[in-house]
Design a protein around this ligand. Structure first.
Ligand SMILES: Nc1ncnc2c1ncn2[C@@H]1O[C@H](COP(=O)(O)OP(=O)(O)OP(=O)(O)O)[C@@H](O)[C@H]1O
Ligand SMILES: [Mg+2]
Length: 309
């Protein structure tokens, strides 16, 4: 079994706190201080994980991160019997005799949730709705009765009381192709869900500046191209696209101008393959995008960014 990694989040220099973000952080801090878990829900790239990590930094408590998936088992939460010890006894007096105790000895190792509940850590459960409901059920009593039930084959206590400093921050993506299981009603009922959408223009510009080092004017152009394309395809074109365009422009050292062919091609590459399609008909969408997208991306760039002359 892996060792449990605790993280102490430092303030990220690139973290942007616009008024809208500040407001969400203030509410989130209040909810956690009142003893309720916070859940950020929103499409890909809306800043859920970034916000969760920033919150952990604000509380400056050791943090355990769990990434939801159907591979997560309840043993990851509560622990289990792992490995075995083999005792080797070397007899110093009679050199030729080495006794080996072949009896395998299993050892109980506490899982992440036990550690966090006992010692009062923060748990960030990223994309929790990707794990099976059976696995997540263990959280119900932790969040409500503040008690964690332990398996009977663990030595010592059969349950532990959750430490008062324990805090839980969840993230999830509601789009049906992203989550494998329906989010459990009972879990949702125990947490405070903040629905996130793509940020306002000003926040997106600030994030692009801070993540790419582009100047304000250039960041505005890139964000406007992305926002226009998002509106046009009515899909989930996230801030990641603006960050990508900005970083690539820096590497290539090209101007953000419609007469720069390379800039147009970069925008087409980065925006053309994105969209909010079901995985089932994805190939058809990609095919149609490959034909349709370049022209429209180019058009958007030309509409958004004025020519030099
Ligand atoms: N407040 C912020 N300040 C600076 N950068 C940010 C901020 N919010 C988001 N970002 C940047 O935007 C990108 C997307 O953010 P993040 O990974 O948190 O989104 P997400 O909602 O967790 O996405 P996914 O659902 O795909 O996991 C990242 O590159 C992140 O660094
Ligand atoms: Mg995330």
């Amino acid at each position: 079994m892996d060792e449990i990694t605790l993280v102490n989040f430092k303030q990220k220099e690139t973290f942007v706190e616009s008024d809208k973000i500040k407001e969400i952080i203030t509410r989130s801090v209040a909810y956690l201080n009142a003893g309720f878990p916070v859940h950020y829900r929103g499409p890909a790239g809306t800043g859920k994980t970034t916000l969760a990590m920033h919150l952990a930094h604000i509380f400056s408590q050791p943090t355990v991160i769990i990434f939801g998936s159907d591979e997560v088992r309840s043993t990851d939460f509560v622990g289990g019997q792992f490995g075995y010890r083999k005792r080797v006894v070397i007899d110093n007096y009679i050199h030729s005799v080495i006794k080996t105790d072949e009896t395998a000895e299993q050892k109980w190792v506490d899982g992440r949730l036990v550690t966090a509940c006992k010692d009062g850590y923060i748990v960030i459960y990223d994309e929790f709705s990707r794990s099976t409901p059976e696995t997540n059920n263990i959280l119900l009593s932790v969040l409500e009765e503040k008690v964690l039930e332990l398996p009977i084959n663990r030595d010592g206590e059969t349950y532990i009381k959750v430490h008062p400093d324990f805090k839980a921050i969840f993230t999830s993506n509601p789009e049906k192709y992203a989550g494998v299981y329906n989010t459990q009603e009972a879990l949702l009922d125990r947490m405070i869900t903040i629905n996130l959408e793509h940020w306002d223009r000003d926040t997106e510009v600030k994030i692009t500046v801070s993540q790419t080092g582009l100047g304000l004017e250039d960041a505005r152009k890139v964000v406007d191209i992305v926002r226009n394309y998002r509106k046009k395809v009515n899909g989930n074109i996230s801030i990641r696209a603006a960050i990508m365009i900005g970083k690539v422009v820096n590497v290539l050292n090209i101007p953000i101008l419609p007469e720069n062919e390379m800039f147009i091609r970069v925008c087409e590459d980065i925006l053309g393959g994105r969209g909010g399609a079901d995985s089932a008909d994805m190939s058809a969408v990609i095919q149609s995008r490959q034909q349709a997208a370049p022209a429209s991306v180019e058009q958007i760039v030309r509409n958004v960014v004025p020519r030099m002359s």
